[in-house]
Write a protein that binds this ligand. Structure first.
Ligand code: SF4
Length: 246
């Protein structure tokens, strides 16, 4: 099998939700396959370098083409449009949210509803105050899942895992200087673990080798009683903007 064929096969297994490939612990010649018990199986340990899940020379266009008219998870059933992502494909800064809402689902674009307008204000207003010439079109914005979850519920772990391969490829193709995860779902998808945004925000983390800041999702900031969170979000964003653009 060529590396490309192996990559495709692994992607297929990942789409099916298979995370590990197993081999028998005993030699096949020693036992009939039907005699192998699950307890006698262990994950493959090998020096063979498996090919990257990111194809060489990957681009946003190719990732979008690979998504196609995606039916890899149940979120395809209720969506109107796939919301792939939007912005500068060479952005130094990428914002990652949770998933599309009703407005995004209609338009096929991320963060275009009320929360999106607030995000635009935060990016452009904070940049202007800090003397950084930055517009929303200069950054890249996408979500963990590309299709709207019903009733705007939080995406399920399996949906995040299946669709997460595309986010992984988007971030790898753009290779930004920093990532800003908006809300707990994006933080969990990118960092793993169970900690929420309150614990993670304001500090630098890493997604692979790329510095990652966690802050509140703009939809949380729209609630009138979250004034402290607004101030903290503003502080987080200032840190990110100065790190990326100074
Ligand atoms: S959420 Fe992602 S994996 Fe699921 S159907 Fe939409 S594009 Fe495909």
């Amino acid at each position: 099998m060529s590396p490309e064929e192996i990559r495709q096969r692994l992607e297929f297994y990942q789409d099916l939700g298979i995370k590990q490939i197993y081999r028998r612990q005993i030699k096949p010649s020693e036992v009939k396959p039907s005699e192998v018990k699950p307890s006698e199986m262990k994950p493959i340990e090998t020096d063979i370098q498996l090919p990257s899940m990111v194809p060489a020379g990957d681009t946003l266009e190719r990732i979008s083409a690979d998504i196609g008219d995606c039916t890899r998870c149940r979120l395809c059933k209720g969506r109107k449009k796939i919301v792939f992502g939007d912005g500068n494909s060479h952005a130094k800064l990428v914002f990652v949210g949770e998933g599309p809402g009703a407005d995004e689902d209609e338009q096929g674009l991320p963060f275009v509803g009320r929360a999106g307008q607030l995000l635009t204000q935060m990016i452009e207003g904070t940049s202007a105050k800090e003397g950084i010439p930055l517009k929303r079109k200069d950054v890249y914005i996408c979500n963990v899942v590309k299709c709207r979850p019903p009733e705007n519920r939080t995406p399920e772990p399996d949906e995040m895992e299946i669709c997460g391969q595309f986010l992984f490829r988007q971030l790898s193709a753009i290779e930004p200087k920093a990532i800003c995860a908006l809300g707990s779902t994006a933080a969990k998808a990118l960092l793993g673990g169970k900690d929420g945004v309150t614990k993670l925000r304001g500090k630098w983390h890493k997604w692979h080798d790329i510095p990652l800041m966690v802050t509140y999702h703009p939809s949380y900031l729209l609630r009138p009683y979250n004034q402290n969170a607004k101030r903290e979000s503003w502080e987080d964003l200032k840190k990110v903007l100065h790190f990326v653009y100074d």
